[in-house]
Ligand binder design. Sequence first.
Ligand code: HSE
Length: 304
Amino acid sequence: KIIKVHAPATVANMVCGFDILGFAVKEPYDEMWIRLTEQPGITIINKDDYQLPAEPEKNVAGAALLAMLEELTQPVGFELTIRKHIKPGSGVGSSAASSAGAVVAANTLLNGVFSKEDLVRFAMNGEKLASGVKHADNIAPCIYGGVTLIRSIHPLDIVALTAPPLFVTIVHPQIEVRTADARSILKKQVYLKDAIKQWGNIAGLVSGLLQSDYALIGRSLEDVLIEPVRSILIPGFNTVKQKSREAGALGGGISGSGPSIFMLSKDEATAIAVEKVMQDEYQQLGLDHHTYVTTIHSSGVEII
Ligand code: HSE
C-alpha cells in the first residue's frame, strides 16, 4: 500500500504574530509518497534537484519520522519519496511541508494512531533540524489547514481560526536569508509601548478574521517588533509593501523569516495587480524572482 500526500506551503507570523500565527496556501505544495518496508528504519528518496540529504537524521522529514518511531511500540520501516515544489529557503515553509507531509502520510499508513497534536510535535523536530528552534507556526497550519494560532508550545495548544476568503500574492526574490540568521539579529528585549501596539494588532487581526472584517484585518497587519529589523535583509521590501497597498492589498509583510514577501487581498483581481507591482519592482532591481497568486487553503496536508 502506498499513501500519497500533498503538503502545502505556509506563511508563518502573518505579520504581527511572530511564532504564533500562520496559514496554509493552496499553492505551491510538495508531493510525497510513503510505504511500509519490511526492514525497520527510514529510507528517503529525493526526487528533485535541491540536493537535500537522504540520511534520515539529516533530513527534516526523516527527523520528524524518527520522532514518531520513538513512540511506536513495535519496529516499523518507512520508505518516503519526496518531490519538492516548494523551494528550500524561500520562506514559505519548505521544511515544514516536508516534515508535516511525512508524519501525516505515515500516520495514515498506521491507521491514524496519532492525533494531529502528536503529529505537530513530531514534525517540530524537523524545524529544529532546519532552523535550530522548534517553532510551530508553519507546521501547525500545514497540518490543520487555514489560519492557526499557536497559543503555547509548552504545552502545545493550537487553535484553528476561521477566516473569510483571502487571496495571497507571494514574491520570492532569489536571495538567501537563513532562518537561523534572521532570528539571531532580533532584539531580545522590547519596549512596553511597542508590545502594546503588537498585541493590539494581534487581537485585532484575530478578531478581524473571526468576524470577516476585512478593514480590521488590514489595519491590524502591522508589525512594530520584527519587521523593522528583518526587512533590511530584503531589497525592495518597503516599495513592494507600499505599492501593493496602493494597488488595493489589505496589507502584508515578510513571509516567515523571509526572503519571500506576501500580501493579502480581498479579491483575485487585486491579488493579480499586486503580483504586477512585485514583478515590476524586482525587474527594476534586476533581481530574479518568482511569484504566486493563490488563496488561504482551508485544508492542510491532503491525502490524495
Ligand atoms: N516564526 C519563524 C520566524 C518562522 O519568523 O523565525 C520561520 O519560518
